[in-house]
Design a protein around this ligand. Structure first.
Ligand code: PLP
Length: 438
């Protein structure tokens, strides 16, 4: 018999530690199953998951084709140490080279470890040690990736690893350089050149940025941001690493979010949408120059479970589902509809300061006052108004991700228009409630 919600929660709380939580404040929802855009809790409630769990379960919950591929791989071969060659690993590497335009993949267990290895590879290849990252960024929770992150989640591990230098972000709604689109001269790129000069170009191995910044506010860069950043990297022979852990693999309607901007990074990191979370897997995908470097030079890295065959098989099936079911096209089409609805919210609700979107990667930024742009919750904090909004969504069994003064709408790529409409109605009701109290 399935245990009750109370039994599941109390055993979890008594014997396990929840991540990113003060344990006494952890208030987990249970999960016992799911299908498509919904998951089911232990009381039988069906939740519409517009957070795609952690913005990763892109093919939706319990997709039969991915499940079948995992079962088949488990029957054939559960494990091979990373020095062995397996069919799934080779096929996945080949597929990733095809869809990214890069050369070779190094497989990891997830996104944080992918970023650790990307930084390590950049240092090995260039012989330089500094990595420029941005303030409004998250690159993971292992020591190096946490240090590389710019957001407050890095504070507890500081000073962390040496050599991280941070730059400001292309955050046009609150431009760190005080510019408006009409007066902007892309200071968000040109000040990085100044940083390079101050740090010594011969010391800078790489610039590492999220393809499109995710959990720090979905910052969609201006169209010429990436071409300018690419040119800057070329000028100083610095590697461009794009962290596509959240923004890649269909979330914005393309394999890589930078494909919207017509540039090719030197290194791409991926995880989340690579397997849609069905098995743990990350990848560091490198260009030919880097692949060639390791022909005669040691790649210092790898864990017991690197290139796990079951994870590689899950990823292959997941990528096949994306293509067979035209899920990137769905992300583009429904993304355009969602963008229209978000623009409507910006026009209709006093608390909606900004909306940002690319495909099914979207956010609403809430303010107390549109003129002053005062955030509805402080940086690194919450507020009764944000909690009211979250409480309303929860009462509708709508599972959404919110942080500080922002609410993300990032549903599985399989979401239907009816499901999206249901979610948007609930969100609009919540925004109306907030408007009443600000
Ligand atoms: N990079 C980005 C942009 C992320 O959003 C995340 C996780 O949310 C990570 C890296 C870390 O990935 P993981 O949790 O798989 O280690």
């Amino acid at each position: 018999m399935t245990p009750s919600r109370e039994e599941i929660v109390s055993e979890n709380r008594e014997y396990t530690l929840f991540s990113w939580s003060v344990q006494s404040a952890a208030n987990p929802i249970t999960m016992v199953g799911g299908h498509g855009s919904h998951f089911v809790d232990a009381d039988g409630n069906e939740w519409l998951d517009i957070a795609s769990q952690l913005i990763n379960i892109n093919v939706g919950h319990q997709h039969p084709k991915v499940i079948e591929a995992i079962k088949k791989q488990v029957d054939e071969l559960c494990f091979a140490a990373p020095a062995f060659a397996t069919e799934a690993r080779g096929k996945l590497g080949k597929k990733l080279a095809e869809v990214t335009g890069l050369a070779k993949s190094f497989f990891t267990l997830g996104g944080s470890e992918a970023n650790e290895n990307a930084m390590k590879i950049a240092r090995l290849v260039t012989g330089r040690d500094k990595i420029i990252t941005r303030y409004r960024s998250y690159h993971g929770a292992t020591m190096g990736s946490m240090t590389a992150s710019g957001d407050p989640r890095r504070w507890p591990v500081e000073p962390g690893i040496p050599g991280i230098v941070r730059a400001f972000d292309p955050y046009c709604y609150r431009c760190p350089f005080g510019k408006e689109p009409t007066s902007c001269r892309r200071e968000c790129v040109s000040h990085i050149e100044e940083i390079i000069q101050m740090e010594g170009p011969h010391n800078v191995a790489a610039i590492m940025v999220e393809g499109i910044t995710g959990s720090n506010g979905l910052l969609v860069p201006p169209d010429d941001y990436y071409p300018k950043l690419r040119a800057l990297c070329d000028k100083y022979d610095i590697l461009l690493i794009t962290d596509e852990v959240m923004s890649g693999f269909g979330r914005t309607g393309t394999y890589l979010s930078t494909q919207h901007y017509g540039i090719l990074p030197d290194i791409v990191t991926s995880a989340k949408g690579l397997t849609s979370g069905y098995m743990p897997l990350g990848a560091v995908i490198v260009n030919q120059r880097i692949a060639d470097f390791f022909e005669n030079s040691m790649l210092w890295g790898g864990l017991t479970y690197s290139s796990h065959p079951v994870s590689c098989a899950a990823a292959l099936a997941n990528l096949q589902v994306y293509e067979e079911e035209h899920l990137f096209e769905n992300a583009t089409l429904l993304g355009a509809y969602l963008a229209e609805r978000l623009e409507g919210m910006r026009a209709s609700y006093a608390c909606v300061g900004d909306v940002r979107y690319k495909g099914l990667f979207t956010v609403i930024e809430l303010v107390r006052d549109k003129e002053t742009k005062e955030p509805l919750a402080p940086f690194n904090g919450t507020s009764p108004e944000m909690q009211k909004l979250a409480g309303h969504l929860k009462s509708k069994y709508l599972y959404a991700f919110s942080r500080f003064n922002m609410l993300w709408i990032c549903p599985p790529l399989v979401i239907t228009k009816d499901e999206l409409d249901f979610a948007l109605s609930a969100i609009e009701e919540g925004l109306a409630l907030v408007d009443e109290i600000i």
